[in-house]
Design a protein around this ligand. Structure first.
Ligand code: ZN
Length: 131
């Protein structure tokens, strides 16, 4: 389970919409299973079907999180036109069993946000508790 404040869910959705038609991405930091801060990152692929974090921005987030006594506990990206399910590429690129993988889908009229965890090489659904 991952606990995410409503305003951060709203922030992820707003970023995903702002970056259409491309995928948006970012990191979430916090403590334990509770997200406290959203860090939007640049999708250096600038693509509607792929994303890659900007490595320098990613490093800055790591530094900020450490300075605040927090950890990166989740990453997120958007699917502009497909459901909130991990693609084959998402599964292939997932490597960290200690973080949650969030996907926000804008395929339907209402945005959908889902979380997944890496278990035995597969991304399986993980419950989101909005706090
Ligand atoms: Zn994806």
């Amino acid at each position: 389970m991952i606990k995410i404040p409503q305003h951060i869910i709203d922030g992820i959705i707003a970023q995903a919409k702002a970056e259409l038609p491309n995928e948006a991405c970012g990191l979430l930091t916090g403590l334990g299973d509770t997200v406290q801060k959203q860090y939007p990152l640049t999708n250096v692929d600038h693509s509607p079907e792929h994303f890659s974090f900007d490595p320098r921005e990613q490093f800055q987030v790591l530094k900020s999180a450490r300075a605040e006594g927090q950890k990166i506990i989740a990453n997120y990206h958007s699917h502009p036109a497909t459901p909130a399910r991990p693609s084959e590429e998402d599964k292939r690129l997932a490597f960290d069993p200690n973080v949650s993988y969030l996907i926000v889908s804008l395929a339907a009229e209402q945005p959908v946000v889902k979380a997944f965890s890496l278990v035995d090489g597969d991304l399986i659904p993980n419950e989101i508790l909005v706090v």
